[in-house]
Design a protein around this ligand. Structure first.
Ligand code: FRU
Length: 446
């Protein structure tokens, strides 16, 4: 089976959201939205990969696929919990109400309905898609409670004696909302509350709610929130929230902020890692597939795992210690493609052990401290400081792709510009000031 290091990539064809991300029985399991037949979105399956350390991934093929009338058109996104040693996976089950005679993999006019379902596995490796699925929340027909089509992406967690589920939804397809459900046994669910907000876009996808450093953090992916007409209009965002578990009453404490200022990242999911940290992983959207003569073309990859911490009221996304550990070899010599604009820019360079003597080997890690007006070129990718922000331009490594953002920038930084840059095939991720902000860009050749 295929292996990936650092960034999980589509094993061929198409992947999108991370699903069922969990540390379970000594391994990290990461499932993902998968269309196994072509490098485009279509009838969703769950692909499956496992890792010992969040760095080395082994693909295990397809875990979940449509078998039931209620999920015949897609096993959409969802999450995982460990209950009494068993793996419980929750997902949204999609059934189309109309068929496109020329493409059975998409729903004409968004005419479909969605229920919530689960499957239980004894060991996290075997999934009986015929016997072990069950529908847990039927399609909601009452618009005041939820939307029949667009209610999805169950994120489940345990708090005290109860299990909780948050679902993304919309009110009349005009404004996003999230729904809260509660359960005593993680199987029978009761509706408890909902939260609507003008910052939830048209539809809110992939909600997540958790505590970090004594604060509640809400994460979600609101649809249609940018106005410049460029891809992507849907963006992953976060905010601090007030939340009362006894009533599932949630209010947002701030405006939603971007999770990644490159704006390619979407549909993040978090869970607790082996050592109790809150770790996030997310889908990096790719406008076209990567061709590889030795394998299937592939499209879609995951970002690096990022540790979420709240510091002085700010949600930070830090480099995971396992990633730190992986880049253990420092070298004085910069690869040919790195060009600092000034000789006095301090740049430190790290490779994983054993790869630093291979010319132009990726991945590598660069640490650089820049000043206003200074610039770093990584092949055709440009990073510089202007107007107190880190800015990036990928136009030379994103050629021939129309209608997408070519540049990105962080908010103002108050004069501190410490960059920690991870360069890998097709993805450059820049952590700024220890995770105060992250700016990541998909690239095609550096
Ligand atoms: C987010 C999303 C989810 C849905 C899944 C379908 O990217 O649209 O809301 O469950 O992808 O693949």
């Amino acid at each position: 089976m295929t292996r990936n290091i650092l960034h999980l990539r589509a094993p061929g064809n198409w992947i999108n959201d991370p699903n069922g991300f969990i540390y379970y029985k000594g391994k990290y399991h990461l499932f993902y939205q998968y269309f196994p037949y072509a490098p485009v979105w279509g009838t969703m399956h769950w692909g499956h990969a496992v890792s010992e350390d969040l760095v080395h991934w082994e693909h295990l093929g397809i875990a979940l696929f449509p078998t039931k009338a209620y999920d015949q058109n897609g096993v959409f996104s969802g999450s995982a919990i460990d209950k009494d040693g068993r793996l419980y996976l929750y997902y949204s089950a999609v059934r189309y109400l109309e068929t496109d005679a020329e493409n059975i993999h998409v729903a004409p006019n968004d005419h479909y309905e969605t229920s919530q379902a689960m499957i239980v596995s004894e060991d996290g490796y075997h999934f009986d898609n015929w016997k072990d699925k069950r529908k847990i929340i039927p399609v909601v027909m009452d618009e005041e409670t939820a939307n029949r089509a667009h209610t999805r992406d169950p994120k489940v967690w345990k708090d005290g004696e109860h299990y909780y589920m948050v679902l993304g939804s919309t009110y009349k397809e005009q404004g996003g909302r999230v729904l809260f459900y509660r359960s005593k046994d993680a199987v029978e669910w009761e509706y408890v509350n909902q939260c609507r907000s003008s910052s939830f876009g048209r539809i809110l996808e992939c909600p997540d709610l958790f505590e970090a450093n004594g604060e509640y953090v809400f994460i979600g992916s609101p649809m249609s929130v940018t106005e410049d007409g460029l891809e992507y209009a849907h963006q992953a965002m976060c905010t601090l929230a007030d939340y009362d578990a006894s009533t599932c009453e949630m209010t947002l404490k701030q405006e939603m902020q971007l999770i990644d200022h490159g704006m390619d990242l979407y549909a993040p999911q978090t869970n607790i890692d082996r050592d109790g940290r809150r770790v996030m992983i997310a889908w990096m959207r790719m406008p076209k597939e990567v061709e590889n003569p030795e394998s299937l073309p592939w499209r879609g990859m995951m970002c690096l795992p990022r540790v979420i911490e709240v510091e002085n009221g700010q949600i930070c996304f830090r480099v995971h210690p396992e990633v730190e550990k992986y880049f253990d070899t420092e070298t004085e010599q910069l690869p040919d493609e790195i060009h600092p604009s000034h000789n006095d820019i301090p740049v430190q360079m790290y490779y994983p052990e054993g790869s630093y003597d291979i010319p132009c080997a990726m991945p590598y890690r660069l640490k650089a401290v820049l000043k206003e007006g200074q610039e770093l070129h990584i092949g055709g990718y440009r990073l510089w400081i202007e107007d107190d922000r880190v800015r990036a331009d990928r136009s030379r490594v994103y050629k021939g792709i129309e209608g997408y953002r070519l540049t990105g920038n962080t908010p103002k930084l108050g004069g501190r510009y410490e960059l920690d840059i991870f360069v890998d095939h097709n993805l450059i991720e820049t952590f700024v000031n220890g995770g105060q902000y992250v700016l990541s860009h998909v690239v095609y050749g550096v």
